[in-house]
Unconditional design. Structure first.
Length: 283
């Protein structure tokens, strides 16, 4: 199955990052000198994605300004801008405002008019960052080519945290093929501490299921419920753990700061400047 399209859900309200998110979407929060969403776009482009559909929320204007393909700075004055423009060369970026029920499945319904029949696509939550040696979206594509199955990104979390995520159960005798997934189960009902996070390789069948299933917990449309139904109908879904990096998020102040620190320490010049200060403050 061909995979050249990526969808990014950037419609969240960002309430845990108020008041800064009154002015612009959390997906534009800076990670050093890049907006957070650019890290996802870089991951997509480096994985062979050529069309990117960004589903926007109540304040889309800043995202439009950042990625308006008709407005580009003249090359040559700022190296960082030249790199930014070059990265987007030949990449189609489409914006769609979110409408419909609340839930992380809704952006796929909004984006569906731009999805190509018979092709797969990558879906990312706009506040989930994958810092990996090899682009994580590319890892999902490689695993799909190997297995023919849909692929979801997974990671083990502390048992007390499983109540916040979609929790995966494997088929008997497998450590990769999904048997079931349940959104936010009570701790005593969780079959594992392996959870899905915001990277998925999906197809049009999952989108159609989202159109058919009722709203789930908290009266929201959950992608987890659609993936579960896809498996129930005989579809195969395999998991891709993060093995050469880490999954980071920017949805709240603590996780955002942790993400900033990780990227800052990756930069030799920034690390040299801030590491003594950090050591001094920590005593």
């Amino acid at each position: 199955m061909k995979v050249e399209t990526g969808v990014i859900a950037a419609a969240g309200s960002g309430t845990r990052m108020l008041p800064v998110t009154l002015g612009y979407p959390k997906e534009l929060l800076p990670i050093i000198n890049k907006p957070a969403i650019q890290l996802i776009i870089d991951e997509y482009v480096d994985s062979g994605i050529r069309r990117i559909i960004i589903v926007t929320g109540e304040n889309p204007a800043p995202l439009h300004r950042q990625y308006d393909q008709g407005v580009r700075p003249a090359p040559g004055r700022y190296g960082q801008l030249d790199q930014f423009v070059a990265k987007l060369e030949g990449i189609e970026i489409i914006f769609e405002p979110q409408s419909g029920p609340y839930g992380n499945g809704t952006p796929l319904l909004v984006a569906s008019r731009h999805l190509q029949a018979g092709e797969g696509f990558i879906y990312a939550y706009g506040d989930d960052i994958l810092r990996t040696r090899r682009p994580f979206a590319g890892q999902l594509i490689d695993l799909h080519r190997e297995t023919g199955a849909l692929v979801v990104g997974t990671q083990r979390v502390a048992w007390e945290d499983v109540v916040r995520y979609g929790v995966v159960e494997f088929r008997e005798g497998s450590d990769r093929v999904m048997k079931d997934v349940i959104e936010k189960p009570p701790l005593e009902e969780a079959k594992s501490n392996l959870i899905m996070f915001g990277r998925f390789l999906l197809n049009e069948d999952v989108v159609q299921i989202l159109r058919e299933i009722p709203l789930g917990k908290s009266n929201e449309l959950w992608l987890t419920d659609a993936v579960r139904e896809y498996v129930r109908r005989g579809g195969e879904v395999v998991t891709q753990p993060v093995v050469d990096g880490e999954w980071l998020t920017i949805g709240d102040p603590v996780n955002y700061l942790q993400t900033l620190i990780e990227y800052a320490l990756d930069d030799k010049e920034i690390r040299k400047a801030i590491e003594p200060r950090i050591r001094l403050r920590l005593g």
